[in-house]
Design a protein around this ligand. Structure first.
Ligand code: ADP
Ligand code: MG
Length: 238
């Protein structure tokens, strides 16, 4: 569970071709990082996988099933945004429960999942606070917790650390890596930060103007960048 396949995926907004023909297979449990300059289409690609945007053409499949017209809520994925997107008037606990309460999940199971996620992220002490009473790092943990409680087949993370200061970014990055090891769920992670890409990724997808320039492990891209653009982006001397 958690295999994602894109076949000839394209996306235009009006006359502007933003995603120009993406072919990519992401294996179950893989940590894949999309990198590329601002405006190259990273968020658009992630939003299409999430179901928040629809491809103009091409096919998107999850675990072998074409999902182009499947609503976001039915894809079994969870998205984490840079802006946290928490509900300010709700407690942390209510934020975590939101979305599960619309399902038929028993209350006891919801409570159990919240306890488990809170423990994993070390936010047990804040469950009854509101987001406004938390630091940026704590808020981002809640946002990740809201994804965890859904037990998605894949996590989609759009620059989740870019609002944090350098020190917190480092520690949260390490926690994300540990979380991936523990959950063994597929993670697709968007960033424009080289260090995040190099340290987190099983494979890096380098994007430029809506196309894939190169896909490979951090070491492959570092040792054998396909061109200067990739080398520059990865920080490779080659
Ligand atoms: P990235 O996340 O790599 O910075 P985006 O996917 O956000 O890039 O955007 C890629 C391009 O698509 C940008 O030029 C952006 O202006 C354009 N774009 C994104 N969303 C829309 C939209 N809803 N309508 C029109 N243009 C959009
Ligand atoms: Mg973006």
């Amino acid at each position: 569970m958690g295999q994602i396949k894109l076949t000839n995926v394209k996306k235009s907004f009006g006359a502007v071709d933003v995603i120009r023909d993406i072919n990519l297979e992401i294996e179950d449990g893989e940590f894949v990082v999309f990198v590329g300059p601002s405006g190259c289409g990273k968020s658009t690609l992630l939003r299409m996988i999430a179901g928040l945007d629809r491809p103009s053409s091409g096919e998107l499949a999850i675990d072998g099933k074409v999902v182009n017209t499947v609503p976001a809520a039915d894809r079994g994925l969870a998205m984490v945004f840079q802006s946290y997107a928490l509900y300010p008037h709700m407690s942390v606990r209510q934020n975590l429960a939101f979305g599960l309460e619309n399902t038929r999940m028993p209350k006891a199971e919801i409570a159990e999942r919240i306890t488990e996620a809170a423990r994993m992220l070390e936010i047990e002490a804040y469950l009854d606070r509101r987001p406004g009473q938390l630091s940026g790092g704590q808020r981002q943990r809640v946002a990740i917790g809201r994804a965890i409680v859904r037990r998605p087949v894949a996590f989609l993370l759009d620059e989740p650390l870019s609002n944090l200061d350098a020190e917190l970014r480092g520690s949260t990055r390490a926690e994300l890596a540990a979380l991936h090891a523990r959950l063994s769920a597929t993670m697709i992670y968007v960033t424009h930060d080289q260090v995040e890409a190099m340290t987190l990724a099983d494979r890096i997808v380098v994007l430029r103007a809506g196309r894939i320039e190169q896909v490979g492990t951090p070491l492959e891209l570092y040792n054998r960048p396909a061109n200067r653009f990739v080398a520059g982006f990865i920080g490779s001397p080659h």
